[in-house]
Design a protein around this ligand. Structure first.
Ligand code: ADP
Ligand code: MG
Length: 432
């Protein structure tokens, strides 16, 4: 199967070959024909499988087929959960539309709105946006969604995790009823199905990877270590391994900053990205990481979600996430496009229950190693990280911790988790 056989127009084929893609990825091969037919599509495939082009290419094809008006209303809206993702999707839209007469723009919070408004005023066909800034500008009368023909919800699972359900519903009310809807997601949960049901009309469902499976080419390993020795161990691993592009996850923003400082003191160039950083700082950190001037990028789950760094060799969980699905998302940053990747986790006694949850989700037990001089503390409690700890960064987690001790059914626990996560995200004014 080639991109040409999928029915994409010449200007798009030209942009695709300029980008260096030879064949469509499985999810692209499945999704593109249905989108081109004008159908609503529900697509789920793992992170890193090329979902962006899966909706962007046919969307651009459809828009360019219809005549443009002199006054350009927004005809396609792509919603994404984070600023980074919005910027990335926009960069893709730009590249793929290079040989088409279409205009696009991106809007997200955390930066001055004036240039965004000015760009939209000039007329754009495709708008990429995070929900908060979109609704904000719409309220100010700076944009109208009344002429949207195609609506894309990207990273829909993350949207829900971040508590954007209400915002999505608000956005839907601003668009005409008759439109094409595309929903893309890395995972395919009950909540996603429910959301899909409310947004999509008679959707074609396309799916590639089984949900929640860890990519097989990823080599996973757990280092059992005393909590206080984690920093020493991670520095040892990175310096002795001579690793040059390492993505490190911490549970909290504060933890990310702290670890970043320690790395720098140890002579390892590092930068942190999380919701408290300004957009400029985040963009700069990401650019430095991509071009190799920054060896280690320390990130929280929200900040890292959806970031596209091809062929990332090493992902390290400095702390395990307390939501097992986040582990799968985190390690999805490595081993892309068939290249081998390594996902390491530093696990202290109080993370034992998180590790069990993760192993249950991925259906395998992860190989354990202990490094001399960095042994686990035999006297440390295996009780999960105490409620109230990191209160400032993670208000919602307190409920989670209590839940992970309870004996309730898995389903109940999950829905409680989501509720508390949503509450957490809703209170987070820095979310986009
Ligand atoms: P997802 O949204 O599924 O997580 P992305 O759309 O961000 O994945 O794509 C992941 C990476 O794969 C990007 O670097 C992208 O440029 C690349 N990619 C996408 N489609 C193809 C293709 N057909 N051939 C080769 N690389 C591709
Ligand atoms: Mg994506």
């Amino acid at each position: 199967m080639s991109f040409k056989e999928l029915g994409l127009s010449e200007p798009l084929l030209k942009a695709i070959s300029k980008k260096g893609y030879e064949t469509p990825s499985p999810i692209q091969a499945k999704a593109i024909p249905s989108v081109l037919e004008g159908k609503d599509v529900l697509a789920s495939a793992q992170t890193g499988t090329g979902k962006t082009a899966g909706f962007t290419l046919p969307l651009l094809h459809l828009l360019s087929e219809n005549p443009k008006e002199k006054y350009r209303p927004i005809r396609a809206l792509i919603l994404t959960p984070t600023r980074e993702l919005a910027a990335q999707v926009f960069a893709n839209v730009k590249e793929y539309s290079e040989f088409l007469n279409l205009r696009s723009a991106v809007i997200f919070g955390g930066v001055n709105q004036k240039p965004q408004i000015a760009t939209i005023r000039k007329g754009v066909d495709v708008l990429v946006a995070t929900p908060g800034r979109l609704l904000d500008l719409q309220n100010q009368g700076a944009l109208s969604l009344k002429r949207v023909e195609i609506f894309v919800l990207d990273e829909a699972d993350r949207m829900l995790d971040m508590g954007f359900l209400r915002d999505i519903e608000r956005v839907m009310k601003l668009m005409p009823d008759k439109r094409q809807n595309l929903l893309f997601s890395a995972t395919f949960s009950k909540d996603i199905k429910k959301l899909a049901y409310s947004i999509l009309n008679n959707p074609v469902q396309v799916e590639t990877a089984r949900q929640n499976t860890a990519v097989e080419v990823i080599d996973q390993k757990v280092y059992r270590v005393a909590k206080g020795k984690k920093t020493g161990l991670i520095i040892k691993l990175i310096s002795e391994g001579n690793w040059n592009q390492v993505l490190v996850f911490t549970r909290t923003k504060h933890g990310a900053n702290k670890l970043c400082k320690k790395m720098i003191s140890a002579g390892i160039s590092a930068a942190a990205i999380h919701g408290n950083k300004s957009q400029g700082a985040r963009t700069k950190a990401l650019a430095g990481f991509k071009n190799g001037s920054v060896r280690v990028l320390v990130a929280t789950d929200i900040a890292a979600r959806g970031i596209d760094i091809p062929l990332l060799p090493h992902v390290i969980n400095f702390e395990l996430p307390n939501i097992s699905e986040d582990y799968v998302h985190r390690i999805g940053r490595t081993g892309r496009a068939g290249a081998e990747g390594q996902a390491l986790s530093l696990v202290s006694a109080d993370e034992t229950s998180y590790l069990k949850g993760i192993e249950k989700l991925i259906g395998e037990s992860i190989e354990v190693e202990i490094v001399e001089g960095f042994e686990p503390d035999p006297n440390a409690s295996t009780a999960p990280i105490k409620p109230g700890q990191n209160r400032n960064q993670n208000k919602g987690r307190r409920t989670n911790n209590r839940n992970s001790n309870s004996k309730g059914s898995g389903n109940n626990r999950n829905s409680n988790r989501n509720k508390s996560r949503n509450r957490n995200r809703n209170n987070d004014s820095t979310r986009n």
